[in-house]
Design a protein around this ligand. Structure first.
Ligand code: GLN
Ligand code: ZN
Length: 760
């Protein structure tokens, strides 16, 4: 029985790659320095995997920015606009980073390629761009160079990894009309054949092709593309074994297709979808080797060895041990790197956890246990038993409260039209009321303030005095420019999830648990380990302080349950919806506390509700039902006169509009300006009944929009939805912006609302 790994984090244990890339971009180090840092990380990763006893160790899983971008370079799929960069510089890193980040140098101004989320992860990839007559040719040397060096260190264990041809196409985008990207498979496959034969000639024994789209809903044409690609490759590639890796979902209706691809091994994700093993085993042809993804590559918990063993035993019974490979469920790219560095986590809880490095050991230990090492199994059982019984995890009152939630707990007292009337009377706002999404610029001063307080360099009095001053200043200024519904600015918050996680029971924070989000950007998600409760008020202090400074309505500002869940590492010992309901009850209590403190308008951000959507259409209705219900739990129980807002980013609402409407927020603010209100079509078509604030300017850029362009967007919106339901606001929170552009943009925005009041 072999063991393998599909990919290892490449940021480095101390985020060396992040630091080096940013220095390189700032011109502080040169390409040679950057390459050196990268080589060191790769060597360390290989060493770690060797020491863990892994048999097939990935190479070319490293990337300076993103592996899909690497693939585009390898295949010569460089959009035409970058030719000018190539003409100017023959350093391949210049072209590479131009595609990733855009290029503004020597009179050129070229946009970056689009970036989007990698399936259902928080990792973002660079989206390949295709034209109708797209050609491909073997261009990059990276995969060969990395393999050559890997082979020196790893010998036969070195396994090059590449994104498979069909997923490469399907995860890309047509940039012209008149063709489907799956049609390009005929142009693409010859290049893959050339690459594989060259790797074989260099001595590769195995090549891993990632085909995550095999676990998605596929059209007939896309299925045919799979058949065609792998038949052609099998016919023309010799001397190397191919392994197709799927993950994040079950193969379901693609099982037949997947097991019959002409390759030597197939990897399936048995963490996300353990139930697929039966069907795969029932259909598997003789000789195909099955790689069992039994160790969770997406979370931070110790593997349940007993559970994994039962899957392994089942597979071995049918296939024999030599046709089984043990592996993590997916690339470990999505795991933090090393638990050993987390010296401050409660040792009891730490004993239930595993990061990337520990997961490699789990793979090997599973093999040892399979071969009869009982002591390892017993130790694992003991750790899991302690987690199951721990009072740190299990709070009966929380569980009881969740299980007694009724439909009444997720329903507002009156229907929206009644609430609307009462709220109109109460707040007496003008038409096209203006507001912002919550945060104001987080200047260096503000960040330093929080950092100093955290370090103990400031007393709580000193700290709060400064935050109060910043809050008052922002309120005065909001009043001056004439905004209608004010916010306190969120100066006391580091991050919209962390701020709440730190105050709720059931969360812990790591020191170094970084995971790559995109390029050099890493995130450090909180860990939800136990039943969640709210020991005391979380936001009332700052909201009431702010409200007392003004006669205008002050919005209370909360993060919603699905967003808190989505942006954390979650428990794997209970269903996600149960955890979400626990958070929902905690936020619900905070909403009531704010209402009691006379905060009349409360915003509950659900930035990530769309992001949690399951990859398979058949699973979406279930998710949407509990996600929407969780939001409604937070928002219910208040009086009709209390106005509930929600905010969503990264919007694309067409397919989920009825569920957005079912959230029944009194006001929703969304991101629409970049699409010129196009995203509003879904709301118009649905005849969305509640109030809505389509963002009138893009906060992701420092550019200050003119009054006229925002007025014209408002006119467009008023053509789609009842004008009396429209609010005026930016696309999202302003914390990443600087003050000068924020002030200028919001002044213009208020003027645009005034114009709209006169002209619409
Ligand atoms: N209230 C948050 C802010 O203004 C919302 C940000 C978001 O949705 N991403 O920063
Ligand atoms: Zn947003």
């Amino acid at each position: 029985m072999l063991t393998q790994n599909l990919g290892y984090p490449r940021i480095g244990g101390q985020r060396q790659l992040k630091k080096a890339s940013e220095q390189f971009w700032a011109g502080k180090i040169n390409a040679t320095d950057l390459h050196e840092v990268a080589q060191k990380i790769r060597e360390e990763n290989w060493q770690t995997q060797l020491e863990a006893g892994i048999d097939l160790i990935p190479c070319n899983d490293f990337s300076y920015y993103d592996q899909t971008l690497d693939t585009s370079i390898l295949l010569g799929a460089v959009p035409q606009r970058y030719e000018a960069v190539q003409a100017q510089s023959d350093d391949e890193l210049d072209l590479y980073f131009a595609m990733a980040r855009g290029y503004q140098k020597n009179g050129l101004d070229i946009t970056a390629m689009e970036m989007t989320k990698w399936l259902d992860t928080n990792y973002h990839y660079i989206v390949p761009e295709f034209k109708a007559d797209q050609e491909f040719r073997m261009s990059g040397e990276k995969i060969f160079n990395e393999f050559k060096i890997a082979k020196q260190t790893l010998g036969q264990k070195a396994k090059p990894v590449i994104l498979g041809p069909v997923s490469y196409l399907l995860l890309g985008k047509e940039k012209e009309e008149g063709f489907e990207r799956a049609d390009l498979i005929k142009n693409l496959v010859p290049v893959y054949i050339e690459i594989f034969n060259r790797l074989a000639a260099l001595g590769a024994k195995w090549i891993q092709l990632d085909e995550p789209t095999l676990a998605l809903d596929l059209t007939k044409k896309e299925k045919e593309a799979f058949e065609y690609a792998y038949r052609s490759i099998a016919e023309q590639v010799t001397g190397v074994k191919l392994l197709v890796a799927t993950y994040f979902e079950a193969l379901l209706d693609n099982t037949q297709l997947a097991v019959n691809l002409s390759v030597q091994a197939l990897h399936i994700d048995l963490v996300r979808a353990p139930e697929q093993l039966d069907e795969v085993l029932a259909l598997i042809p003789d000789q195909l080797i099955l790689s069992l993804g039994v160790v969770d590559g997406r979370n931070v918990w110790k593997n349940d060895y007993e559970k994994s063993l039962s899957l392994i035993n089942k597979a071995v019974e049918k296939l024999g041990a030599d046709r089984v490979i043990l592996a993590p469920s997916c690339s470990l790219l999505h795991s933090p790197i090393d638990l050993e560095l987390e010296t401050e986590i409660d040792p009891e809880i730490r004993n239930w956890m595993a990061f990337a490095k520990q997961k490699l050991h789990e793979v090997k230990e599973l093999k040892q246990i399979f071969e009869g090492n009982n002591a390892l199994l017993e130790a694992n059982k003991a750790a899991l038993a302690s987690r199951r019984a721990s009072q740190k995890v299990h709070k009966q009152v929380v569980k009881d409260r969740v299980s007694s939630i009724t439909d009444a707990d997720s329903t507002r007292t009156s229907a929206f039209p009644i609430r609307q009337e009462i709220q109109r009377e109460r707040f007496n706002l003008p038409a096209f009321p203006t507001t912002t999404i919550g945060s104001f610029p987080q200047t260096d001063d503000i960040r330093q303030l929080r950092a100093k307080f955290k370090k103990g360099d400031l007393t709580i009095e000193q700290y709060e005095k400064s935050i109060e001053a910043a809050t008052i200043e922002s309120i005065r200024w909001q009043e001056e420019i004439g905004l209608d519904v004010l916010v306190h600015g969120e100066f006391e918050r580091n991050d919209m999830v962390e701020y709440f996680g730190e105050q709720l029971d059931g969360f812990l924070f790591t020191k170094n648990g970084w995971v790559q989000s995109y390029g050099s950007r890493c995130v450090k998600p909180p860990v939800i380990y136990g039943d969640i409760s709210r020991p005391k008020d979380m936001t009332v202090r700052w909201s009431t302080f702010a409200a007392a400074q003004t006669d205008k309505p002050m919005k209370g500002m909360l993060t919603g349950p699905v967003t808190i869940l989505q942006w954390s590492f979650v428990r794997d010992d209970q269903p996600r919806d149960v955890t979400t309901n626990q958070i929902a009850l905690a936020i619900h209590d905070e909403v009531l506390a704010l209402e009691k403190a006379n905060i009349g308008i409360i915003q509950i951000d659900e930035a990530a509700i769309r992001e949690g959507l399951p990859l398979r259409k058949s699973k979406r209705a279930h998710y949407l039902a509990w996600a929407v219900r969780a939001f409604r739990i937070t928002a219910s129980g208040v009086q009709d006169r209390t106005q509930i807002h929600t905010h969503m980013c990264y919007s694309e609402f067409n397919d989920i509009i009825e569920h957005i409407a079912a959230m029944d927020a009194d006001v929703i603010t969304i991101e629409t300006s970049r699409s010129q209100m196009e995203l509003l079509q879904a709301f118009a078509h649905f005849e969305y009944p509640n109030e809505i604030g389509p963002g009138v300017y893009d906060i992701h850029s420092p550019r200050v929009p003119t009054t006229e362009e925002m007025t014209s967007l408002l006119k467009k919106a008023a053509g789609l939805l009842p004008a009396q339901n429209l609010w005026v606001n930016p696309d999202c929170g302003l914390k990443t912006r600087k003050w000068p552009e924020t002030k200028a943009a919001l002044e213009n925005m208020v003027a645009a609302a005034q114009q709209a009041r006169e002209e619409i």
